[in-house]
Design a protein around this ligand. Sequence first.
Ligand SMILES: *Cc1c(COP(=O)(O)O)cnc(C)c1O
Length: 372
Amino acid sequence: MEFRDLKQQYQLHKKQIDDAVQRVLINTNFIQGSEVSHLEEVLAEYVGVKHCITCANGTDALQLALMTWDIGAGDAVFIPDFTFFSSGEVVPLVGAAPIFVDIDEDTYNISPQSLEQAIQYVLEQTNLKPRVIIAVDLFGQPAEYEQIKKIAEKYHLLILEDGAQGFGGRIGTKKACSFGDISTTSFFPAKPLGCYGDGGALFTENDEWAELLRSYRIHGKGKDKYDNVRIGINSRLDTIQAAILLEKIQFFDEEIKECNQVTEEYNKGLQGVVKIPVVKEGFVSSWAQYTICFRNGKEREQAMKCFKQNGIPTAVYYRKPMHMQKAFKENKVVELKYIVTEKVCERCLSLPMHPYLDINSIRKIVECILKI
Ligand SMILES: *Cc1c(COP(=O)(O)O)cnc(C)c1O
């Protein structure tokens, strides 16, 4: 059993993907080939925003957004305490202060209430200037953008949507990566829309930011990459990866539908047994992860043992709250309360999730949990 079955996906679409890669090999336009700009058009249309700018990975995408907004020393950036390291890593990288915020008990996304408290704390107790909210679409479900937007407007903050796990998700008909002033995603192989290496993208409606992002990602280029008008980075999506993504986007929505069917089967077996994922009314998840919560850490360890004995791969996303990561200790300026995050880190477990997970595998997984 695979945690995320990339092998089966490739076998199913092998001809289509092989042909696409072959075309790039023959053209040898490995950097900034026509597939890259074509993919940017396709993705912008898919998400429903004016600009898509691809880059080398989802972490660079977050950094590029902060560079474009000139975020740096003296600025406070708000990030959920429960997320992948990248969401917070980029903040000290540009010289700003990360402020971690507790999460919602049901969705595991940033808690709007805790967010507002954190902003008020920073305004009253520090010399930092609140500038950006990094809202993460954790496990595939978009964050609470209606409430987050109200808070952003009230305190004049920018929203950076980290849609690395949320790509393909929706609120109503509005797609993930359309909720931020700038939004980002990752094409790391195991993400909902993965390529065959590293890749990432940014989305925005703003023409000026789009132009800056296109400059920052290629050495701060002006007219061309030998005319350098600002200090940038080297962060491009390879043509081969763009070609693969152009094929994979064609069956992406179908895969999300299948993941939602897998979810229904899981829910049927696990409802009332463990805490199953809560998808809010009107929200659609792209199921980057199917994450359950046990009553305590001991139960989780027991279940993991059973899974291991039965050859079922599982993973703990995430074991450690962001504010407890050693790397942030010296950058941390504000210590708030993280009651929900600490609880979830002890109890959560992510189960295998992909479009090809069959009913027998799901039964086997559910049985392990019922047993303990
Ligand atoms: C994977 C991930 C990233 C980083 O993406 P990379 O392409 O691996 O750099 C950022 N944020 C979240 C929430 C992620 O899950």
